[in-house]
Design a protein around this ligand. Structure first.
Ligand code: SF4
Ligand code: SF4
Length: 247
């Protein structure tokens, strides 16, 4: 995938949390991002507990993709590792803010594989620090506009970052808030750290709270739904008895 498209993906996440329009210049391109008016959560966000690291060898999302690593967030050891891998870097500018990204992987490699993937274990050794687009391969920020109102829905999809390749893994559902927290919510916390490092005004911490609240509602609503179903079953039974002339 071309370098620019990979960077488009990286900054597509910013739009969900910026508080004012921004202009980013990077890779000889000007990106103009407008904040969105509304957030919502799709039920599919709770559908999968997942960590790609639990499925070593699945590298579908690492194929043909350039990783953009915000340098200020990387431990020295990781910087050295990337620098050993024929890395290049870019500077993204927003007014007087400059953000340095190290780039690894992409189409320069013979097998189109991100070189940070450990060939022996088939896993990513720097998962905690990897690009934000590697954090959200199945979590989707779906942007839409209805009339004058723009919004983003946070959901999960079954396709990884390489759009044409369906994720082959059968994931379990997050059954509790704690599972959701450990498998999905942490990704949004990492996003907050990532946005803090950029140095622009943003609402990522609010987004973490929003997602957590929606998850709490989802997990506490379940018994209610069950109760409602029970209520309905009880009523259906009563109706049956009535129809059967038992009254
Ligand atoms: S940084 Fe890790 S997860 Fe991201 S593309 Fe490279 S190997 Fe894959
Ligand atoms: S295809 Fe699925 S398991 Fe494989 S790297 Fe992508 S999201 Fe992870």
């Amino acid at each position: 995938m071309p370098l620019k498209e990979c960077f488009d993906k990286e900054i597509s996440y910013w739009k969900a949390v910026i508080t004012e329009p921004i202009e980013i210049s990077a890779l000889d391109k000007i990106y103009i991002l407008e904040p969105v008016d509304k957030w919502s959560v799709g039920e599919t966000l709770f559908n999968r507990k997942y960590s790609c690291l639990e499925h070593p060898g699945c590298v579908q999302c690492c194929l043909a993709f350039h990783g953009f690593f915000q340098k200020s967030l990387l431990p020295q050891g990781v910087i050295e590792k990337i620098e050993l891998l024929n890395h290049s870097s870019i500077i993204a500018k927003i007014k007087d803010i400059k953000i340095e990204y190290l780039i690894a992987g992409g189409a320069t490699e013979p097998e189109f594989m991100c070189p940070l993937n450990d060939q022996e274990t088939g896993s990513c050794p720097i998962h905690k620090f990897n690009p934000i687009s590697c954090t959200f391969p199945l979590v989707n920020f779906r942007y839409m506009k209805r009339g004058e109102v723009s919004g983003v829905t946070f959901c999960q999809k079954t396709f990884g970052r390489n759009w044409l390749v369906q994720c082959p893994v059968e994931f379990e559902q997050c059954k509790t808030f704690e599972e959701f927290d450990a498998h999905v919510l942490w990704r949004f916390r990492k996003f907050e750290i990532y946005m803090n490092a950029i140095g622009i005004s943003h609402r990522a911490s609010e987004l973490v709270e929003f997602i957590a609240d929606e998850a709490q509602k989802f997990y506490t609503a379940k018994p209610k739904k069950k109760q409602m179903r029970n209520e309905k079953e009880r009523k259906d039974k009563l109706d049956e008895r009535y129809e059967g002339g038992l009254w």
